[in-house]
Design a protein around this ligand. Sequence first.
Ligand code: HEC
Length: 305
Amino acid sequence: MIEKYVDSKELKQLLSTLLVVVGCLIIAALFASIVVPGLRNANKPATPTAVAPVVGESGWLDPTEFPVQKGRVIPPVDPKTLIEPSAALTDAGKELYEANCLTCHGEGGRGDGPAGATINPKPRDFTAAEGWTHGPDIPNIYKTLMEGIPGTSMAAFDYLTKKERMELLHYVQMLGGYPGRGGSRDAMQALSEELAAPGEKTTNKIPVSMAIAKLESEFVPPSPLEISPDTESPGAEVLRRTVTDPTRAAQSLADSAVWRTGPDTLAESVLLNAPGNGFNVTTATLKPSEWQALYDELLKRLNTK
Ligand code: HEC
């Protein structure tokens, strides 16, 4: 065998050389298969992942452009038609519930909606008898919808119409398993009067695009920073030395309020992108005392506006 041709010392040398060669080959293979493809793609922009818009009847990013609707006075209704549960009320309530409540309270009203899991306190389980804050009777749920539960994520739904609140309430009671459960005679009487009271209004509605156009037309850009002021303060001098574009500088300072915390944060936010913020590159060499002077000057000017 191989011992015939080499002695044991030479064999050891041979084997260790072989080991080194194999090791080098493994490292090279790893380099070629992991590092090289990574380098090749390093400068390629990441493929954008499509973000599916959330679509709901009135949810966030809802692309629905509803028509302009002027607020109007709703004619008073006979409270009896809203207090007695009916299929018409619960059907309408179901639709409202799915658009406004389901994310927290869950499809079956057990407080297990997708958004409910992370909420503290948990959304009410309508089927549980215990633990209600206002209670599950008709006047109680009406109160919850009018006022919300302060200190929890249960908001007031006071912008809905009385009829819509009643529709929701009957659907909630149906989910909970006590349809039509009324409250004390006094509470029911008070609710009846509230429902019958005239003068209920709906609010004006305008499409989202119109609201955005309105915001844009009302936007007033800040006036440019005055860099050749009549007063000769140390800050004014620094300002003259560092500001290249007074309009940009005024805009960038107006856009972010953090710089107002102190000279250090001012320095940080200006230097993030000095030219883009309307300052020149020498701003990076300002001494702490100069930042302080600049800070005092900016505060003085931008606060008196
Ligand atoms: C953002 C989550 C969220 C949404 C949306 C939400 N709720 Fe709630 N709701 C809660 C939480 C949390 C509580 C529990 C508050 C507590 O523990 O007192 C609650 C409690 C309630 C209660 C029980 C009140 C009581 O007396 O204890 C009712 C009834 C109720 N919600 C109805 C509704 C209806 C109807 C809607 C839709 C119009 C709705 N909620 C939408 C989070 C939500």
